[in-house]
Design a protein around this ligand. Structure first.
Ligand SMILES: [Zn+2]
Length: 116
């Protein structure tokens, strides 16, 4: 698929130059470049397909995003008990409403008392 030969030029991210530079193919595994040498600084490295390694800032961002995702997951999982609790609260709410009915009969009882 690569059609590469040893010594061919290939673009890759050089961790020394910290940018994509021309590289020479040093090793080929399964018809894909395995090891390359930067033509700018001659640093040998494993072929990374021009994918830059994550910087410390990116690693920190990824860690923060992961923590935020974990916190969001915790919040979502925490909603379920609340929903169940509110559903249980609605069931309890029926009792106070039923309890209000008897007091409403008391004013009715007072009316005859006013008539006297
Ligand atoms: Zn380099």
């Amino acid at each position: 698929m690569w059609g590469l030969r040893l010594g061919d030029d290939i673009d890759d991210f050089c961790i020394k130059c910290k940018r994509v530079t021309n590289h020479s193919v040093l090793a080929i595994v399964d018809d894909a470049p395995a090891k390359v040498r930067c033509r700018t600084c001659y640093h040998e490295q494993e072929f990374r397909d021009s994918i830059a390694p994550p910087t410390k800032r990116e690693l920190k961002k990824a860690a923060e995003a992961e923590a935020a995702a974990a916190a969001a997951a915790d919040a979502e999982s925490g909603l379920d008990p609340e929903i169940e609790a509110s559903a249980a609260g609605n069931g309890d709410a029926d009792e106070p409403i039923a309890a209000e009915a008897p007091p409403s009969s008391k004013p009715a009882a007072k009316k005859p008392a006013r008539k006297r």
